[in-house]
Design a protein around this ligand. Sequence first.
Ligand SMILES: Cc1ncc(COP(=O)(O)O)c(C=O)c1O
Length: 419
Amino acid sequence: MANALGEMAAVHVDSSVLAAIAAGQGSPFYIADTEQLQSNLRALLESFRTYYPVTSVGYSYKTNYSPAFIRCAHNLGAYAEVVSRLELDLAIALGVPGSKIIFNGPIKTADDLTLALRAGARVNIDSLAEARLMAKIARSSASELSLGIRCNLGPGTPGSRFGVDLDTAEGKDVIGTLDACPNVRIRGLHCHYCGDRNASGYRDRIRHMIRLHATALGGRHVEFFDIGGGFSSRMSPELAAQFTAPPSSFHDYAAAIAQEMASTYGATGPELILEPGMGVLADTMTLVTRVQAVKRLQGRNLAVVDGSVFNIKPLRGSINLPIVVVQGCSNPGAKVTMPVDVVGHTCMEVDVLHTGYAGAIGEGDWVIIPNVGAYTNVLNAPFIRGTPAIVELRDRGNYGVLRRASTLDDLLATYRVDQ
Ligand SMILES: Cc1ncc(COP(=O)(O)O)c(C=O)c1O
């Protein structure tokens, strides 16, 4: 299924297909596109491997938990990038071998670490407390334990609360604590920063990490540099125009990061790992929602839909996601005309999915919102109408269900209802 704005509505999906899915799965619903994820991962790796062949990718579990997406990424050789025990257990439950798991995150218990290390996962520690915990685990373990350190790059990662600044006394304490354990090996450096998605910032950060390898780690043998995620996704010009600077492309990132690795270490240096979330998942899902009412109030033209801003922007950023409207309204006279604000089903004034649509919208029309594949279904709460189904179009008119819509039983499943 093509995902470009407008293309999907015009070429691949007509109102009768949307109506059939809504009849079976309820409205709103997401349309997922696993082929798009494959194509994004391939394009990203291809760009990087042109400069630095030993580049790998990790699938950021937290960005989208759909097993269909996770499997698709693992089929292409991706690591599982997990940041909690829940996510670690999910990777293990999906059959991912420990050697293909990267365990990040600011909070890891002794139990979590022991499980991950025994499985052979790559653990990146985030604090001095975790280094001390690792040392304790190492003292009661006969095997060699390998790990990486998440770097906080100070002014290179402004405002970040994650990782360890290896230039400080605390950073030296972390290295000293780990080096004091005969069976612990520091195998790599990790850094994830999403506060600056511009490729030039990545060049600075990878240079900083390369310097830390030479200084704080004394140039010892390391196996990997993990630069995290934070990459921009491919997007329509209409969406790109809303950012203060043009979004960097996969090629821009590769030129900034991979070229730097190649010029320092040659073509066979330490593995370069990428952990894209948004960059490869944003354009893999589209929300389809139906207009239930139109009205004119206080000078505003409003289309009230059965979806919600929480289905498309659970953290409610300032981006006005572009929409496509597919005709489903049988009464053209009953439309509201531009500019139209598309508002959601919840009882909250902030529930606005799109402002200023430049067209006409009527009851029964479909509003299609692409670019909602990252952080939406993981942050969906059953708030007011439950969580939508996720379907994938198989071919014209047919679809598979990746997740059904939630039910009242799901809502009550974790509560006690007898008191
Ligand atoms: C450690 C780590 N890696 C990768 C990601 C993916 O980030 P993004 O979606 O910005 O690419 C995150 C997101 O929070 C993260 O915490």
